[in-house]
Write a protein that binds this ligand. Structure first.
Ligand code: FDP
Length: 342
C-alpha cells in the first residue's frame, strides 16, 4: 500500500463534528435531529472538560452549600455536569426527555412530538475520585421513542439496551476523550480533545478489543461478600499457569469509565458482580451498564451479568442496578463458566 492510499483510507485526524456529519450523509433519509443531538453531546463534553480541568483552581470542588473565596456558593462538579448536559440537550428540541443518575425522576425537555429521542446519562461517574484528581467520566446513551405522539414518560426509558441508537462515554483523563458508537456496523471510535483549538480529533479509529487480555479489574476488598463462584474465578485468575497467561495483573481505579476504557483498549476483564450485600450489584443498568455493553459489543467484546447478556435485560425501574462483567470475549466466557459451576 502506498502512503497516499493508506492516508486516504484512514480518517484519523478528522474532527468529531465532521465524523458526525459524515454519518448523517450516509443516511439520505436522516432529518438531522440525531446528528444535532450528537453534536450537543460533543458541545457538553467541551463545556464539562473546561469545568473538570479547572476543578481544583476554580474552587468548583467541594460540597453544595460551601462558599468559595469570592463568597459564592459552590456547586458540586457532578451537579455542574448534570446542568450542562440538560442545557445542551434542551437547546435544539430533538431530545424529549432525559434520565440522569443525578435525578430521581425523568426530566421532560420538549413536549413537541417531533422530539423523537430520549437520553440517559451519568453526568460525572466515579465522583469519589474527583477530590483526589483521578480520572472520571460521563456516560451516555440515546434511545428512540416508540410512540412520540404525547409527552415522554418513564416508559420511553424502560427499554432493553439492545435498542440503543448510540452510546459512549467521555473520559476526563490525562487528556479528554470521547468514545462513541452507533453500533457494530459503524464501529467504535475514540476522539481526543485538543484544548488549544477546542476540537475533538479522531485518534482511535475502529477500536477492537483484544480477544483475551492480561488484567482483571475488580474491587478485591469485597472478597468476603462475594459468592463462591466469584471467589473460585478470582483464585483461578491468580494461579500461576504460563500456558493460559496466568496470573493476570490486577488494575482497579474505582472509576468505571477509567476501568472500562483501559479494558476496552488493552483487553481483559472488568467485573462488579452481585454479592451478599448488593444482591443486584452496584452499578446502574440504564446509564452505566447499557452504554458500556453497547460499546463493548460493538468493539467485539462481551457484557454480561455473569450469566445473562446485559443488552437483553428489560428494565423495570429507572435507577435499577445490575451486576456487570465487561471485557474480552474469552475472558468473559471463562467468568461465565465459573458462574455456571466450573
Ligand atoms: P463512584 O461510587 O465513585 O461514583 O458508579 C459508581 C462507581 O463510582 C463507579 O464509577 C465505580 O466503578 C464503582 O462505583 C466503584 O465502586 P467501589 O468503590 O465499590 O469499588
Amino acid at each position: 500500500m502506498t502512503s497516499e492510499t493508506s492516508r486516504e483510507s484512514s480518517r484519523v485526524g478528522i474532527t468529531l463534528e465532521t465524523y458526525i456529519l459524515e454519518g448523517m450523509m450516509g443516511h439520505p433519509a436522516a432529518t438531522g435531529a440525531f446528528t444535532s443531538l450528537l453534536n450537543q453531546v460533543a458541545l457538553a463534553a467541551k463545556l464539562i472538560t473546561s469545568k473538570v480541568r479547572r476543578a481544583g483552581l476554580a474552587n468548583v470542588l467541594g460540597y453544595t452549600g460551601q462558599t468559595n473565596v469570592q463568597g459564592e456558593e459552590v456547586q458540586k462538579l457532578d451537579e455542574v455536569a448534570n446542568e450542562t448536559l440538560i442545557q445542551a440537550l434542551g437547546r435544539r428540541g430533538h431530545c424529549a426527555a432525559i434520565a440522569s443518575e443525578e435525578m430521581e425522576e425523568v426530566v421532560l425537555l420538549h413536549k413537541d412530538p417531533r422530539a423523537r429521542y430520549v437520553m440517559v446519562f451519568d453526568p460525572l461517574d466515579g465522583s469519589s475520585n474527583i477530590d483526589v484528581n483521578i480520572s472520571i467520566g460521563t456516560i451516555f446513551g440515546i434511545l428512540r421513542r416508540h410512540d412520540h405522539s404525547g409527552p415522554a414518560t418513564e416508559r420511553d426509558f424502560l427499554l432493553p439496551g439492545k435498542e440503543l441508537l448510540a452510546a459512549g462515554y467521555i473520559l476526563y483523563g490525562s487528556s479528554t476523550m470521547v468514545v462513541l458508537t452507533t453500533g457494530a456496523q459503524s464501529g467504535v471510535h475514540g476522539f481526543t480533545y485538543d484544548p488549544t483549538v477546542g476540537e475533538f480529533f479522531l485518534s482511535h479509529e475502529n477500536i477492537r478489543i483484544p480477544d483475551k487480555g492480561k488484567t482483571y479489574s475488580i474491587n478485591e476488598g469485597n472478597y468476603p461478600l462475594w459468592t463462591e463462584p466469584v471467589r473460585r474465578w478470582n483464585a483461578w485468575i491468580k494461579e500461576d499457569d504460563k500456558t493460559t497467561g496466568r496470573p493476570y495483573g490486577q488494575r482497579y481505579v474505582g472509576s468505571l469509565v477509567a476501568d472500562a476504557h483501559r479494558t476496552l483498549l488493552k483487553g481483559g476483564i472488568f467485573a462488579y458482580p452481585a454479592d451478599t450485600k448488593s444482591h443486584d450489584g452496584k452499578l446502574r443498568l440504564l446509564y452505566e451498564a447499557n452504554p458500556f455493553a453497547f460499546v463493548f459489543e460493538a468493539a467485539g467484546g462481551k457484557a454480561t451479568t455473569g450469566t445473562d447478556r446485559i443488552l437483553d435485560i428489560v428494565p423495570t425501574r429507572l435507577h435499577q442496578r445490575t451486576p456487570l462483567v465487561l471485557g474480552s470475549p474469552r475472558d468473559v466466557d471463562i467468568f461465565e463458566e465459573f458462574m455456571r459451576g466450573r
